[in-house]
Design a protein around this ligand. Structure first.
Ligand SMILES: NC(=O)c1ccc[n+]([C@@H]2O[C@H](COP(=O)([O-])OP(=O)(O)OC[C@H]3O[C@@H](n4cnc5c(N)ncnc54)[C@H](O)[C@@H]3O)[C@@H](O)[C@H]2O)c1
Length: 260
């Protein structure tokens, strides 16, 4: 029987490329997004997160094989905290029980190499204890200076997501239930999220200084989609709690000998 996969952020960029690749491989995809999706849901709030779980339950008949949590924002605003961190957790935790009927259940989220860039310690700590009201309040303060402190919000959400994967993957709920839980950490990918930043040579150069990509430079969404599809596919039986960098080498350049 064809696999049924849920892809959030399916209307654009990496989510759209993932959806297209899975469909090409004969899978059924239930897309989730704020527009142009089977389940239209806003993952920034409780009502949208409930709509996601109910919508997927209804459309799938209660059994899915993989969850790809891709939806995200990069704006220096509290909404980025709500969608990137709490929306992603709500997706994975809310849909986990629907994976129990699959013979090869899988879960993958999209973090970022930005987890290696400067972040806000207080915000990361609040995300570490999953305190959404306090995290949103902290982001509100950071957002007052969009260019400086606001810019730390995105990296903080991705660092916290990567840590969440590490903390959760080996637990009874995930590994113990036979579900590999992993993340990908892309470098710069050409999507609507980065379009403005990489539209000019000057913009590209400035971004590549921060995110060096010696191997093949800025990538297309399909590059990330192929890795996601492998981590979320049947072949992946033993990759557990990994943050797989698909970043043209930025992790290597920035972290060097830090092998873990
Ligand atoms: N593009 C990059 O360079 C890059 C690098 C590293 C990580 N990422 C991550 O990859 C993921 C996908 O980003 P992308 O580059 O494809 O961006 P994108 O803007 O093209 O797509 C993001 C999708 O998420 C959806 N989304 C946003 N807010 C939502 C909400 N509240 N509820 C439901 N859906 C919502 C959007 O509607 C959109 O379809 C994000 O998590 C992003 O942080 C992107």
């Amino acid at each position: 029987m064809a696999r049924t996969s849920v892809v959030t952020g399916s209307a654009s960029g990496i989510g759209k490329a993932t959806r297209e690749l899975l469909e090409l491989r004969g899978e059924r995809v239930i897309g989730v997004d704020v527009h142009d999706a089977e389940v239209v849901a806003d993952l920034s709030d409780a009502a949208g997160r409930t709509a996601l779980v109910e919508g997927v339950r209804r459309l799938s008949g209660g059994r899915i094989d993989a969850v790809y949590a891709v939806a995200g924002l990069a704006a220096p605003t509290p909404a980025t905290v709500a969608v990137n961190f709490f929306g992603t957790l709500a997706t994975l935790e809310g849909l986990r029980s629907l994976l129990s009927g699959s013979r090869a259940p899988r879960a993958v989220l999209v973090s970022s190499m930005a987890a290696l860039l400067p972040s806000d310690e207080d915000l990361v700590a609040l995300l570490g204890i999953c305190d959404e009201p306090a995290a949103l309040a902290r982001a509100e303060i950071l957002a007052k200076e969009p260019e400086t402190t606001g810019a730390l919000i995105y990296a903080s959400t991705k660092l916290a997501l990567s840590r969440w994967v590490r903390r959760q993957a080996a637990t009874p709920q995930w590994a113990g239930a036979g579900i590999p839980l992993n993340a990908v950490a892309p470098g710069i990918i050409a999507t609507p999220m980065t379009a403005e930043l990489i539209a000019t040579e000057q913009g590209r150069e400035a971004l590549l200084k921060m995110v060096p990509m010696p191997l093949n430079g800025i990538a297309e969404s399909a590059v990330v989609a192929k890795l996601l599809a492998w981590l979320g596919g049947e072949e992946n039986t033993h990759v557990c709690g990994q943050i797989v960098y698909v970043d043209g080498g930025s992790d290597v350049v920035l972290r060097g000998d830090s092998v873990w």
